[in-house]
Write a protein that binds this ligand. Structure first.
Ligand SMILES: Cc1cc2nc3c(=O)[nH]c(=O)nc-3n(C[C@H](O)[C@H](O)[C@H](O)COP(=O)(O)OP(=O)(O)OC[C@H]3O[C@@H](n4cnc5c(N)ncnc54)[C@H](O)[C@@H]3O)c2cc1C
Length: 395
C-alpha cells in the first residue's frame, strides 16, 4: 500500500546531514560573540553560500537547485538547531524563500539580474512591509509610490517609513511594499498596493538600527524613505496587485519560520537533557526529579507533534495542494513548542540558565520572537477561527 509515508527521501536525509555538518563548524562561542557584538555572521553566510545552499529553492535556470519548501524547512531547522538559532536562520532567510514573489511574478530581466546573485550569495535583500502606523493591518501602510511623469512607463518617486526591517543595514536591495492608490480610493483595502525590488540608495534611504531583546547579529531597522526614485522596471508584476503577490509567499514563509522555531526548541531541549544528566544536586542528577524530567519529556512530545503538522504542510505545498490551515497551524504549534522548550531548558539550568555564559538565555530570547514575527500567534488564531472554523471575522 502506498500513500502514507513519514520517511524523508534519501536526498532529504542527505540535506539534513550535510547542513548539520556545515553548521556545526560554527559553535556556541561564534554565535554568542556575533550576538553580543551585533555583528552580521558573514563567515557563516559565506559558508552556506559556498555550499550552494542559498539557491536551494531558486529555479535551476537561474543558478539554483529548484527544490521545494520541504527541503528549505529541513535546512532552516538544521541551521537553527546547530545552536545558530535565529541569528543563523535570519541571516539567510530571505535568500531561501523570500524571493518567491520575484520567481513567480518578476520579469525575466529582473530574475536574470537578481536570482543568480542570490544563489551565489553575492546579493543581500531585505523585505520592507511593516510600518509603525499599520502594524499587522498591512492594508494601512502609507509609504507611497507616485509616478514622476504622466505616462505609465515613468519612474516612481517613493516616500514613507518602514519599521523592523531585518538586515536592511546589510542589504543592497529591498523588496518594498508601497501604496500606489490611497486606501480609501481603492476598490478593496488590499488593492492599490505595489511591490518593488529596488536598490537601497542611501542618499534617499536612511537606516537606523533598533535596539532589541535578542537576535542581535542580524539588524532590525527603521527605514526612512525620502524621494527615492524607482524605475518602473523594478516593479514586480502589475501595479496595484502587490498584496496578492505577498500573500502567495505567506504559507511557505510560515513553514520556514515554523522550522526555525522547531530547530531552536530542539537544541534547547538537547542542552537541557545534557545538563539535567550532568548536574548533581541533593546527591542526584537533577534530571532524576520528575519536576525536571516531565516538562522535558512533554516538550519532546510537543516538538514531535508540531513537526508532524509542519511535514504535512510542506508536503501539501510541494504537491500543489492547498495548505493554509496546516501552514498556519505549523507556525503556531512550532513557535509555542519551541518557546516552551527554551523556557524549560532555562528552568533546568537554574541560575546558569539566566547567565550569558550558557547559550540558553540566547535561545530563550530568540524563541520568544517566533510568537510575534513575522506574524503573531493571535493572527494565526484569527485566520483559523475565521477561515477554517467559519466563525465571524474579528479583524
Ligand atoms: C526582530 C523582528 C524582525 C522583523 N523583521 C521584519 C522584516 O524583515 N520585514 C518586515 O516587514 N517586518 C518585520 N518585522 C515586523 C513583524 O512582522 C511585526 O512586528 C509583526 O507582524 C507584528 O506587527 P506589530 O509589531 O506592528 O504588532 P501590532 O500589529 O501592533 O500588534 C500588537 C499585538 O496586538 C495583537 N493584535 C493586533 N490586532 C489583533 C486582532 N485583531 N486580534 C488579536 N490580536 C491582535 C497582535 O497579535 C500583537 O500581539 C520584524 C519584527 C521583529 C520583532
Amino acid at each position: 500500500m502506498s500513500g502514507m509515508n513519514f520517511e524523508l527521501t534519501e536526498d532529504q536525509q542527505l540535506i539534513r546531514k550535510s547542513v548539520a555538518e556545515l553548521s556545526a563548524r560554527f559553535d556556541d562561542h561564534y554565535w554568542m560573540e556575533k550576538d553580543q557584538a551585533h555583528e552580521f555572521p558573514t563567515e557563516f553566510y559565506e559558508a552556506i553560500a559556498a555550499g550552494g545552499w542559498l539557491g536551494m529553492t531558486i529555479p535551476e535556470e537561474y543558478g539554483g537547485h529548484g527544490l521545494g519548501i520541504t527541503e528549505a524547512t529541513i535546512l532552516a531547522e538544521e541551521v537553527a538547531r546547530s545552536g545558530g538559532g535565529m541569528n543563523a536562520a535570519s541571516s539567510i532567510h530571505m535568500s531561501i524563500f523570500g524571493m518567491q514573489p520575484v520567481v513567480v511574478f518578476g520579469s525575466d530581466e529582473m530574475k536574470a539580474e537578481t536570482l543568480p546573485r542570490i544563489a551565489n550569495g553575492d546579493l543581500h535583500v531585505c523585505f520592507g512591509v511593516t510600518e509603525p502606523g499599520a502594524g499587522l493591518d498591512t492594508s494601512r501602510i502609507t509609504t507611497f509610490a507616485k509616478r514622476s511623469g504622466n505616462d505609465s512607463t515613468g519612474d516612481y518617486i517613493v516616500n514613507g517609513r518602514k519599521v523592523w526591517i531585518s538586515k536592511a543595514l546589510e542589504s543592497e536591495k529591498i523588496l518594498l511594499l508601497t501604496r500606489t492608490t490611497p486606501r480609501d480610493e481603492a476598490a478593496k483595502p488590499t488593492d492599490g498596493l505595489t511591490l518593488f525590488l529596488t536598490d537601497i540608495d542611501r542618499d534617499h534611504v536612511d537606516i537606523r538600527p533598533i535596539k532589541k531583546m535578542g537576535r542581535n547579529a542580524v539588524s532590525s531597522n527603521e527605514v526612512f524613505i525620502d524621494d527615492l526614485r524607482i524605475p518602473a522596471a523594478h516593479r514586480i508584476g502589475e501595479e496595484g496587485k502587490g498584496f496578492s503577490y505577498i500573500l502567495h509567499g505567506l504559507n511557505p514563509e510560515r513553514m520556514l519560520i515554523a522550522a526555525e522555531a522547531l530547530g531552536i526548541g530542539r537544541v534547547a531541549l538537547d542542552r537541557a537533557v545534557k545538563y539535567a544528566n550532568d548536574r548533581v544536586v541533593f546527591d542526584r542528577p537533577i534530571g532524576m526529579n520528575q519536576g525536571i524530567q516531565f516538562p522535558l519529556a512533554d516538550s519532546l512530545a510537543r516538538l514531535d507533534a508540531a513537526e508532524l503538522i509542519l511535514r504535512k504542510a510542506t508536503w501539501l505545498y510541494d504537491n500543489g495542494k492547498s495548505c493554509g490551515r496546516e501552514a498556519n497551524m505549523a507556525k503556531y504549534l512550532c513557535a509555542d513548542a519551541g518557546f516552551d522548550a527554551a523556557d524549560r531548558a532555562l528552568q533546568t539550568h537554574g541560575g546558569m540558565g539566566y547567565s550569558e555564559e550558557y547559550n540558553i538565555s540566547r535561545f530563550f530570547r530568540e524563541s520568544r520572537l517566533m510568537k510575534i514575527a513575522p506574524v503573531s500567534q493571535e493572527m494565526i488564531l484569527n485566520f483559523l477561527g475565521a477561515n477554517v472554523l467559519g466563525l465571524p471575522k474579528s479583524y
